[in-house]
Ligand binder design. Structure first.
Ligand code: ATP
Ligand code: MG
Length: 363
């Protein structure tokens, strides 16, 4: 699939923008704080309805304005899709696909598939477990709508249960305890589906990542990603029951997939504990490259690859590997200078220069 064009109105530092992309490699370059990432963010918004930076809609609307508008034209399996998104300062966003409004943001998932790669992703191993869960959830949600709906339900139940635990701690009653029984059942029901989804996702990643990582390290390292669920599906119900008193005491749900993690074994050792920084970043790069391959396999099409300032973070060997992996995927790359591409003799199809919210096509 390819993004043909993006139009922005009052989005971040853009009063108005109309950009037409090439189907292959597009470079967006410019100094810091000119608006390069903002463009990638707007494209990402159209695939997940959320900012990759976790920003709120009201932070995205251009200073002094009340609304932003994104219009994205996508070509997928020979069909055109237009995604319109209205971001509002004080209300929830409006989304339409081909002019037809969609009711829930989750209905947007899966229309376009984006792989977003930023320098932050290279820290996925070093950072805390919530980012590794986010990686699984964002990827699975783009590939599997049922997973997404289970995840939404799980998070709802988790919030409700935590609220109820606070109420019980404050003034316990038989009635509240009965309500807790119901939330426990729901927690186990949706949580088990999340655990199963993540387990099978990591199994698929493992069939792809070992080859990539071996090539990336010249055959010196092997890698295995281990899914570490906080609870086993079969023990979930029992564990929730057993931790009830503790949960009431701490007013929080202690057991469930919201505590899951991933471990990366490089040459059989946990690379988070024993690996060098370089080894951790290489493992993260392998994971990202596996994500691209997995998306290709699942959707039987190419995703759109957004590389936000990531090349400057890699040494030339890894840069080459990444560039060679791009193949026929439409790629939009941001960077501060063009030297890296010229050094790498990368095939560039379109170049844009960004200066203070204005974009000029330099071809
Ligand atoms: P870098 O190379 O440092 O990553 P960049 O070109 O990617 O920079 P962006 O993150 O795209 O920069 O844009 C940052 C600019 O956008 C900042 O100058 C910031 O003030 C501006 N900006 C962010 N949000 C808004 C907003 N809601 N309204 C207007 N301007 C905004
Ligand atoms: Mg940036």
């Amino acid at each position: 699939m390819i993004v043909e064009s993006v139009e922005l109105k009052d989005y971040r530092n853009y009063e108005f923008l109309d950009m037409k992309f090439n189907a292959h490699v597009n470079i967006i370059y410019g100094d810091n704080a000119q608006g390069k990432t903002n463009i990638l963010e707007s494209i990402y918004m159209c695939s997940t309805s959320k900012s990759h930076r976790g920003s709120k809609d009201r932070e995205i609307v251009r200073f002094g304005e009340d609304e932003s508008h994104i219009k994205l034209n996508v070509l997928k399996h020979g069909m055109k899709y237009r995604i319109d998104m209205h971001l509002k300062k004080n209300k929830s966003k409006g989304i339409a696909v081909n002019g037809i409004p969609i009711k829930k943001a989750v209905d947007l998932f899966g229309i376009i598939n984006i792989v977003f790669f930023s320098p932050e992703d290279l820290n996925i191993i070093k950072n805390g477990p919530s980012e590794r869960r986010r990686f699984m959830d964002m990827e699975l949600s783009q590939l599997d709508k049922i997973y997404l709906s289970n995840l939404v339900n799980y998070n709802k139940v988790l919030n409700q249960r935590n609220k109820l635990l606070k109420d019980i701690a404050f003034s316990p009653s038989e009635q509240l305890m009965q309500t807790l029984d119901i939330w426990d059942m729901q927690l186990v029901k949706y949580g088990s589906l999340i655990i199963k989804g993540r387990k099978s996702f990591i199994e698929k990643i493992n069939t792809i990542i070992s080859d990539i990582h071996s090539k990336l390290t010249g055959g010196i390292e092997n890698i295995k990603v281990c899914y570490v669920p906080d609870v086993d599906v079969n023990d979930f119900e029992e564990e929730v029951k057993n931790s009830r008193q503790k949960d009431i005491k701490y007013k929080a749900t202690s057991k469930g997939p919201h505590k899951d993690d991933l471990i990366f074994l490089v040459n059989d050792n946990d690379v988070r504990k024993y690996g060098s920084q370089g080894q951790q970043r290489t493992a993260a790069l392998s994971l990202k490259l596996s994500e691209i391959e997995l998306v290709k396999l699942v959707i039987k099409d190419t995703p759109i690859l957004l590389l936000d300032d990531v090349l400057s973070e890699l040494d030339s060997n890894r840069q080459n590997f990444l560039i060679n992996s791009i193949g026929d995927i439409q790629t939009i790359v941001t960077c501060t200078g063009l030297e890296e591409f010229i050094n790498n003799r990368m095939n560039i199809n379109k170049i844009f220069k960004v200066t203070d919210g204005h974009v000029v096509n330099e071809n």
